[in-house]
Design a protein around this ligand. Sequence first.
Ligand SMILES: C[S@@+](CC[C@H](N)C(=O)[O-])C[C@H]1O[C@@H](n2cnc3c(N)ncnc32)[C@H](O)[C@@H]1O
Length: 304
Amino acid sequence: MGYEMDYLNRILLGDCEEVLKDLPDNCVDLIFTSPPYADQRQKTYGGVPPDRYVEWFMPKAAQFWRVLKPTGTFILNIKEKVVDGERHTYVINLILEMRKQGWRWTEEFIWHKKNSYPGKWPNRFRDNWERLIQFNKQRTFKMYQEAVMVPVGDWSKERLAKLSETDRVRDESKVGSGFGKNVSNWLGRQMVYPTNVLHMATECYNRNHSATFPIALPTWFIKLFTDIGDVVLDPFVGSGTTAVAAARLGRYYIGIDINEQYVQLARERLSSVQMQLLTLAESRPSYSADERQDAQDEGAHETS
Ligand SMILES: C[S@@+](CC[C@H](N)C(=O)[O-])C[C@H]1O[C@@H](n2cnc3c(N)ncnc32)[C@H](O)[C@@H]1O
């Protein structure tokens, strides 16, 4: 097709639906994004009425589908807004529409915000978590589970000390998936696979953007779903957090935002990250890819 790869490692200005039309098919390994939530923060960057959210989103999702490789993953950070005292159903409706467009709703992760402010509401408690919905184009996709293993922790001392009979034999999955959890397999192991609940603090410092997520969030998903040299897209990149995480992990990034100020902010953040990485590489000429990744992970990864 003769496409130049000049869209890589760029923060692009514009409506992602239009900007993405300049990208070739199947060129992205991971889409990680937090779109504007329905009707919220209208003053800051324009919200979308909850009842129109799905029709606003779907043409963009069609472009996401086109640019994502068949082995790629799309992670959507979103949460239902409360409208008239009840949760609006736009996220549920969106999932159903996405399935009609061909996406598989593979999994859902929960981001538990460890440090949310206390508060009191008349008919609900403070909102302490957000969804990260995983969509895929096909059943098999790239996944590097070892990259996000966690220390087994105190659980092992108590739980593994008193193994029941069921724990000692293969406890076949009730849903007939062919997988099971033979708990005794984990005896003596230092590291285990994590759950689908991520305990991460929000970042409170001001990045001149009102809706940033912590860098630990994209970092975790980038490690899980991509390899070094893969391409990560955030079509609603805001202050550039996903792109910064990707660059630090040795992945290519593509960031898009409709707001010129945020694009400027993201570009500044990225150029300072590129400078840091360059200095790092120059000070250690014999740095291997693995060592570089370990060094980049420090500080970028937050343990739960
Ligand atoms: C929730 S914020 C993303 C924040 C980001 N995750 C961060 O850490 O800074 C959503 C962003 O989407 C941008 N946006 C809204 N509509 C857009 C569109 N059609 N195309 C591209 N960006 C858009 C907004 O300007 C805003 O910065």
